[in-house]
Design a protein around this ligand. Structure first.
Ligand SMILES: Cc1cc2nc3c(=O)[nH]c(=O)nc-3n(C[C@H](O)[C@H](O)[C@H](O)COP(=O)(O)OP(=O)(O)OC[C@H]3O[C@@H](n4cnc5c(N)ncnc54)[C@H](O)[C@@H]3O)c2cc1C
Length: 471
């Protein structure tokens, strides 16, 4: 696109974090390049933020969607610094580092140094009652099992069983992975979800050896006076909504709420796009960014490219519900001396995990109170909110020694919100990108392609914006 070209129009569909980041980057980058641009962001509902939503109620800070983002992936942190909101960052509570796993109806601490599926420290691993001696010996075999040479995608479950055994999978890896992806690790692609473990196997020939090497390195770095600037997981004093609000404020004149897009069409000469709202109102633009979950993008793109729509629809999405429950602190007997816990499928509970939200982050509940946040996976759509609350209470009461009803409980259903990167995902994304590149002025972004976390979505939105301006 030449500098000082005629005024361009860009439309972004979807006002979640991806669409907001795309809209922001389109405006900023165009200004830097001296490109005159009008950007319109179309959001179906009456608010932006998508699954990110913070509520303040009775002095509790409630997260209905994500409660933090990882600081080691730079896109989110960098955007916050650019927006001037980095001074509002809060890290997870440094006083409580441990998490728990449920086993036979009791919460057991994840042994110190343990990471997702394997131990990085010997003593706590040997002492933990989470695994049998047979299971521990099988995990230790990871030190001797040769690395796999063939570079084919492998399911996470298969990888864990191959290297560390069935017990490592069922008792810890499955619930940890389920807690992040709300998904069945049997079909989840290792390459697309946890490439780090693949790398560990490649470079160290063993996950345990790799984790021990990392711990040594981390210990050496912590002696370095510079130290880590940020906690591994970050939120904001007023919750994740801070990020949404800061972005929305910056691009406010571009946002159109209650503007669900029903159809898109490419102009017959291939040089622009017509976007039709549910009201029938048509909008035209040269540039179009679709920032929706892949499954929804597939539905919109059907009329433009059926092969692309078919590929997009092969990326499955899972649903989940977050249930926030506010208790008086004396009504819970468990010391709540951790961030929360995950639940293996073998425990046969309804919840897949629970964060001790007001412990994990300080100042999120009034004095003498505590906020818990439980997660329920499929099937949630047909269940009434009151049933979901009841299921959580039934599971949490014996685990945490709850003596009284919660002061209040709120439910948020996230239907088809979590992309499931199945084995072969990378090839599907390659095909999607190849087919998209044939459609001039179109870019796709969101959690369906290169990562589901907030930093991944921001990077995806920003990359889409830049690719549209580069074309
Ligand atoms: C319960 C839950 C907890 C999570 N926890 C974390 C976490 O702690 N940390 C982390 O990093 N990530 C977390 N994630 C993942 C991350 O939050 C999401 O992947 C990310 O926020 C998705 O953003 P998005 O903008 O791509 O999609 P969405 O948030 O789904 O936004 C899409 C937007 O598009 C709008 N829309 C849909 N159809 C149309 C249409 N036809 N026309 C116009 N607008 C439309 C929707 O209304 C919505 O606002 C979590 C996800 C969930 C569901």
């Amino acid at each position: 696109m030449p500098e000082n070209s005629d005024r361009k129009r860009a439309i972004v569909i979807g006002g979640g974090i991806t669409g907001l980041a795309a809209c922001y980057r389109l405006q900023r980058e165009a200004a830097q390049r001296n490109i005159q641009i009008d950007v319109t962001l179309l959001e179906a509902t009456g608010r932006v933020g998508g699954v990110i939503q913070t509520e303040h109620r009775d002095d509790f800070l409630i997260e209905h969607g994500p409660d933090a983002f990882i600081s080691t992936k730079p896109a989110a942190k960098a955007l916050c610094e650019e927006l001037g909101i980095a001074d509002q960052f809060v890290g997870t509570n440094p006083k409580v580092r441990q998490s728990f796993v449920t086993r036979n109806g009791t919460l057991h601490p994840v042994p110190e140094g343990f990471y997702m599926m394997a131990p990085g420290s010997l003593k706590p691993f040997l002492k933990t009652p989470l695994f049998s001696w047979h299971g521990k010996l099988r995990m230790a075999m990871d030190l001797f099992i040769p690395r796999r040479e063939r570079d084919i995608d492998e399911a996470v479950a298969h990888f864990v069983r191959r290297r560390l055994g069935t017990e490592a999978f069922t008792r810890i890896a499955q619930p940890m992975i389920g807690g992040i992806y709300t998904s069945d690790a049997e079909n989840l692609s290792l390459k697309s979800t946890f490439p780090r473990f693949l790398e560990m196997e490649k470079t160290h020939g063993s996950i345990i050896k790799a984790l021990r090497a990392q711990r040594k390195q981390a210990a050496a770095t912590s002696q370095d006076t510079s130290g880590a600037r940020y906690s591994l997981f970050l939120s904001f004093k007023s919750g994740m909504q801070t990020l949404v609000d800061a972005l929305a404020e910056t691009v406010s004149s571009s946002i159109r709420l209650n503007a669900p897009v029903e159809q898109i069409q490419q102009n017959t000469d291939g040089t622009g796009w017509q976007v039709s709202l549910a009201t029938g109102e048509p909008l035209n633009s040269e540039l179009l960014c679709i920032a929706l979950p892949a499954v929804q993008t597939g539905a919109l793109i059907e009329s433009v490219s059926s092969p692309l729509a078919t590929k997009l629809r092969t990326i499955p999405y899972a649903s989940s519900a977050t249930v926030n429950l506010a208790f008086r602190r004396p009504d819970i007997t468990h010391p709540l001396d951790g961030m929360g816990f995950v639940v293996p499928a073998t425990e046969n509970l309804s919840i897949i995990g629970c964060s001790f939200s007001s412990i994990k982050f300080e100042n999120r509940a009034p004095e003498e109170h505590v906020l818990l946040r439980a997660f329920i996976g499929e099937p949630i759509s047909k269940r009434a909110e009151s049933d979901l609350i009841q299921l959580c209470q039934t599971d949490l009461t014996p685990l945490l020694g709850i003596k009284e009803m919660p002061r209040f409980a709120t439910v948020n259903k996230h239907t088809q919100a979590m992309a499931q990167y199945q084995v072969g995902h990378q090839e599907v994304v390659n095909d999607i990108e190849r087919l998209t590149s044939k459609l001039q002025g179109l870019a796709l972004a969101g959690n369906g392609y290169h990562g589901i976390g907030i930093p991944d979505c921001i990077r995806s939105g920003e990359t889409a914006a830049i690719s549209l301006l580069d074309a």
